[in-house]
Design a protein around this ligand. Structure first.
Ligand code: ARG
Length: 482
């Protein structure tokens, strides 16, 4: 008799996942070890959306009554309001966000609440929540990437005629418009947006109703829940659905490339804003000082953006390790997907939010750039191309210009300072026109190929970018029709 009483008490206090099969409550250490509510509570909004769509479908299928649907809807709405207001009491013993919300519903509306989990498992529920969350996360990253592209494009008009070195091997190579750099980053972030848009297609498939691993014998309508939740389609195979986290690995890979692009840019601007380069003035409100050296103005935001890239790559490798070697279908290991995914997203979003104002607030230092622009023989390749235009074979012209550069280096002069006779020694038909190819500014202006760095070509590209971004789409979303 008292045995039965203890069993009843234990069951009543147990988390929802512990059915009548258990005769004991969970160990306290197990509870702490297995809980995920401390980090998955940020899915609450999506968990409620999913439950609402599910309950609505149950009602349409005649699996719950119209009145029950109404009671569930109101109950979930109130819980949602409490969570949003920060007044909801999260309980670790209820393990995760799903059971916290379901238990709260049962406590408020009684037995009707116990019907919500009909034809559903936490396995399809958590996957649904993560997909809804990832879909919104992609939109947020996409919007920030667009804002950063806009910040770069807005700089182009003012910086178009500032000529800076292009580098290879971090050695001076050829002269280009500074705006060519800005648009180079626009292209990289555009590919990032395209990748995210593509990832979104795989994120946007509804797993709800695949239940634990095998589906359900209850006549549900999966298409209905999918369309209520705005999914493009439904996940076809219940085993695949229950085990699949590809969409999160892919999302974090896409975030990793955004982080890679941000860190390359950050590194470049750290260099450009130091005295050695002295190309760029960073906005002071994004710099920090030193506690001992009074003169220091440090580029900490850029350094931290570069540094945080490590966390994002760490998240990607954690996720790849997590999904390695898992047999079908759901395994509890998968609960560990959330901390790295959330961290990668938060990190990249924070970095992007700082990057755009930094790009807007920085100023090039044209005088300082110009003062040393003619060091490093940036015009040598344009001179070689001038010789090619005179009919000299490329390999020969390359050798001849190399010899001229050597001569100029020895005399510590620029190519433009060499007398005409030195050029005529190569080809007697060369006249004063050669000097129009010399000097970094002239050399930059000489580029005519599509995608090159002359102010004229870059100006055309900038106009295209302005048009694309004004329609608020870039090429990516226009192409995907999202
Ligand atoms: N917290 C779990 C997760 O994030 C939810 C699914 C749990 N399913 C289960 N059968 N224990 O993956």
């Amino acid at each position: 008799m008292w045995h039965e009483l203890i069993l009843k008490l234990t069951v009543a206090e147990s988390p929802l996942s512990r059915s009548g099969v258990f005769s004991k409550g969970p160990d306290a250490a197990l509870r702490r070890f297995t809980e995920s509510v401390s980090f998955d509570r940020r899915l609450a909004e999506y968990d409620i959306q999913g439950s609402l769509a599910h309950a609505e479908m149950l009602q349409r299928q005649g699996l719950i009554s119209a009145n029950e649907w109404d009671v569930i809807r109101q109950g979930l709405a109130k819980i949602g309001d409490e969570i949003a207001a920060g007044k909801f009491a999260w309980r670790e013993e209820l393990e995760d966000v799903h059971m916290n919300i379901e238990q709260a519903l049962i406590e408020r509306i009684g037995d009707t609440g116990r019907k919500l989990h009909t034809a559903r498992s936490r396995n399809d529920q958590v996957s649904t929540d993560m997909r809804l969350w990832a879909r919104a996360a992609i939109e947020q990253i996409n919007a920030q990437l667009l804002a950063l592209q806009q910040a770069f494009v807005e700089r182009c008009a003012a910086d178009l005629d500032v000529i800076v070195p292009a580098y290879t091997h971090l050695r001076r190579a050829q002269p280009v418009s500074a705006a060519h750099y800005w648009l180079a980053y626009c292209e990289k972030f555009e590919r990032d947006r395209q990748r995210l848009n593509d990832c979104r297609k795989r994120v946007n498939q509804c797993p709800l109703g695949t239940a634990a691993a095998a589906g359900t014998s209850i006549p549900i309508d999966r298409q209905a829940t999918a369309s209520t939740l705005g999914f493009e389609g439904i996940v076809a195979n219940s085993l695949d659905s229950s085990s699949d986290r590809d969409f999160l690995v892919e999302f974090v890979f896409d975030l990793s490339l955004v982080a890679a692009h941000l860190s390359g840019w950050a590194e470049e601007w750290i260099l450009w804003s130091g005295v050695e380069f002295d190309f760029l003035q960073l906005p002071e409100e994004f710099c920090t000082g030193s506690s001992i050296m009074p003169q220091k103005i440090n580029p900490d935001v850029l350094e931290i953006i570069r540094g945080k890239t490590a966390r994002v790559y760490g998240a990607l490798s954690s996720l790849l390790m997590l999904v390695k070697g898992l047999p079908l279908a759901y395994n509890r290991d998968l609960q560990e997907d959330k901390p790295p995914v959330f961290d990668a997203f938060d990190t990249v979003l924070d970095s992007l939010e700082l990057a755009a104002p930094l790009v807007r607030g920085a100023a090039l230092k044209p005088e300082s750039i110009a003062a040393r622009l003619d060091e490093g023989y940036l015009d040598a390749t344009t001179l070689m191309e001038f010789l090619i235009a005179q009919g000299i074979p490329q390999r020969t012209a390359h050798h001849q210009v190399g010899a001229l550069v050597r001569q100029a280096m020895a005399a510590q002069v620029r190519l433009a300072n060499l007398p005409l006779a030195d050029f005529q020694a190569i080809d007697p038909s060369i006249d004063e026109a050669v000097y129009q190819a010399l000097g970094a500014k002239n050399a930059a202006a000489a580029f005519v190929s599509t995608g090159s760095g002359s102010p004229a070509e870059v100006g055309k590209q900038a106009a295209l970018w302005r048009e694309r971004l004004a329609s608020n789409s870039g090429y990516s979303s226009a192409a995907s029709g999202d």
